[in-house]
Write a protein that binds this ligand. Structure first.
Ligand SMILES: Nc1nc2c(ncn2[C@@H]2O[C@H](COP(=O)(O)OP(=O)(O)OP(=O)(O)O)[C@@H](O)[C@H]2O)c(=O)[nH]1
Ligand SMILES: [Mg+2]
Length: 310
């Protein structure tokens, strides 16, 4: 029977806030550090030109776009758990997420792509990865809880990483969304007290008459935290761990063990690249404005990095 197999951690709130913040976040030193991007980060792009310049509305709109929250697009083969992943990123890391099938405009807003793998690496996974900007993609092995124990998921992720030539982070997006209610917690507590473990065949967990409260509750538990989540929860309650004292505590422990909070670091490490590409976009808007004859000298001065208008 698989055990919890994973250290329970808390206190990920600070990291979560850092990733959810706008990309400027007060940080410096990425690939883009020009006067233009510094002014954009400080929200004073329009101050760089004469107040009467026709570039003011262009710079105001471009500046607003530069400061928009970080947008992550979740991609992967159908059924890999993309929608659940999108929810986990929203709920755990406060990110603005473009889920699967959220349209062309959504895709145009993406700053970073999160590729969800599941099970064995397929040709479609490689093709998808090859189609994404390599400096702004993060690859995860989703449904890591389905590998029996966490170490096995880590091993699979490591094999995928070697084959793809990029790090692959094991995550359980389902556990990242764990939100047990009082009835579920009470049922788990009763099972733990009776020494009832999670059977190796998940179907055997479904005891009780079809349609009975007991069976519905067990079906709900499987759907909401699956076998590994149930097993982990029972082990924590049985060991009288303080992280499993209440339904809220236990849900938090499962979420913390999901691997999703651990993505904050790798996501944060890509902020410099995101800022760089946002400056590229800003420069495009200025080049278009110059080409359209809107205060061409002003636009060219900004593009050349001449700084604040005199
Ligand atoms: N055990 C486990 N199941 C998961 C996990 N993430 C998603 N699932 C389940 O996998 C199924 C598909 O999840 P979705 O999030 O809808 O995946 P999707 O890629 O959007 O799927 P489609 O829209 O059907 O292509 C659902 O039954 C989820 O509950 C996970 O981390 N662990
Ligand atoms: Mg879906």
């Amino acid at each position: 029977m698989p055990g919890p197999g994973r250290e329970m951690r808390g206190g990920s709130d600070d990291e979560e806030a850092a990733v959810g913040a706008p990309v400027n976040g007060g940080r410096r030193g990425g690939p883009a550090g020009s006067e233009l991007s510094v002014a954009a980060e400080q929200g004073r792009l329009a101050d760089l030109v004469d107040p009467g310049s026709p570039l003011v509305p262009v710079l105001t709109a471009a500046g607003r776009r530069f400061l928009r929250p970080l947008h992550v697009q979740v991609v992967g083969r159908p059924g890999t758990g993309r929608d659940t992943m999108a929810r986990a990123l929203r709920e755990r890391l406060s990110l603005t997420v473009i889920g699967p099938g959220e349209g062309e405009q959504g895709a145009a807003d993406a700053d970073l792509w999160l590729l969800v793998l599941a099970g064995l690496l397929r040709r479609a996974d490689r093709e998808l990865l090859a189609s994404l900007p390599s400096d702004r993609v993060l690859v995860v092995l989703g449904k890591a809880d389905t590998h029996g124990d966490w170490d096995s998921a880590v091993a699979v992720a490591s094999t995928c990483a070697t084959r793809l030539g990029t790090p692959v982070y094991p995550v359980s997006q389902l556990l990242a969304c764990a939100d047990l209610d009082a009835a579920e917690f009470a049922a788990l507590t009763t099972m733990a007290a009776a020494g009832v473990g999670m059977p190796s065949m998940a179907g055997r967990f479904l005891i009780g008459r079809p349609g009975s409260d007991e069976r519905l509750l067990r079906q709900g538990l499987l759907r909401r935290i699956d076998a590994y989540g149930i097993d982990t929860a029972l082990a924590l309650i049985e060991s009288r761990s303080p992280v499993a004292a209440t339904a809220q505590d236990l849900s938090r422990a499962l979420r913390d063990a999901s691997g999703v909070p651990d993505l904050a670091g790798p996501l944060g490490a890509r902020v410099g690249h995101i800022r760089y590409w946002r400056e590229v976009e800003l420069r495009c808007r200025l080049e278009e404005a110059a080409a359209a004859g809107l205060d061409r000298p002003g636009a060219e001065r900004l593009l050349a990095g001449a700084g604040v208008a005199g």
